[in-house]
Design a protein. Structure first.
Length: 279
């Protein structure tokens, strides 16, 4: 983990309200792993103090990293106003990322909405490891489908699902997975997206006996496991998404609140929101 003052060298509004920033930091770029995140101070002259977490979207080797985010609150709105050559206060890389090795021969990447943010970096690393993988991208509509060309360029075959049927499968990406997993037969599934999607992906993976890692999307405050604000409940007890995750074995997550023992919760609930859309 490093704290740096980093230059913004590129900015793009990918679609209305969704931005990418390329930020120079050799030390973060060289030490980052797919699935990790950075914590950025977005208050350029603002009146709020909490940093916002952003998945590392891709890496410029030895030089810089890219983030992808949607404007959903004051923090991301402030960040969307930064200009090229502005300097950002960044902490990273943080958290535990996806686990993979050269022994894997086939993988399936399932992204819901902006959940694709950490999966493109993973896809590029799997390409370097010569792992055959199938991207599966979900969006509300065709105009909100992001990075399709990037995934298609390096993936074995890219599947698409849109809620309105404007592109690919008419329905959710979780439903598409359930319809196609028996054709693909992956050794492992990597997924990131809204909690209901992750729950269904985990269930499908379990039914087919396929290993599954999920990147949880959650609001964070400190980003290093001190404030306990991003707790989730696992079969081993409380875990901090920022410190123990954001990537977990899907079988370890307790998805159904009915399964949680009162003694484990201690009277508290675990709430999740979007890491990629931290507000």
């Amino acid at each position: 983990m490093f704290q740096v003052n980093a230059d913004v060298i590129a900015k793009e509004e990918v679609i209305p309200g969704v931005f990418s920033l390329t930020i120079v930091s050799p030390v973060i770029s060289e030490n980052a792993k797919p699935g990790q995140f950075v914590h950025i101070a977005c208050n350029q002259g603002g009146n709020f103090i909490l940093r916002r977490p952003f998945s590392i979207h891709r890496i410029v080797p030895g030089k810089a990293f890219e983030i992808l985010f949607r404007v959903v609150g004051r923090g991301t709105e402030a960040l969307s106003r930064v200009k090229v050559y502005d300097i950002l206060d960044v902490i990273g890389p943080l958290g535990n990322g996806f686990k993979y090795s050269e022994r894997i021969t086939s993988a399936l990447l399932v992204a819901g909405g902006l959940g694709l943010a950490p999966l493109l970096y993973l896809a590029e690393e799997l390409t370097n490891e010569q792992v055959k993988f199938y991207p599966m991208l979900g969006a509300q509509t065709k105009t909100k489908l992001l990075r399709y060309i990037d995934f298609k360029r390096i993936g074995k075959k890219t599947y698409v699902a849109t809620d309105d049927g404007s592109s690919g499968h008419n329905g959710t990406v979780a439903d598409l997975l359930n319809r196609t997993i028996h054709y693909i037969r992956p050794e492992i599934i990597y997924a990131c997206g809204p909690e209901p999607m992750l729950r269904k992906v985990a269930q499908t993976a379990d039914e087919f006996g396929v290993k599954c890692q999920v990147s949880l999307e959650t609001k964070m405050a400190c980003g290093v496991g001190v404030c306990l604000g991003c707790a989730c409940v696992t079969r081993q007890g409380y875990k901090m998404v920022c410190k123990d995750g954001p990537v977990f074995d899907a079988r370890d997550i307790i998805w159904d609140k009915e399964e949680i023992e009162p003694t484990l919760l201690g009277g508290y609930r675990c709430e999740t929101a979007k890491v990629s859309d931290p507000g």
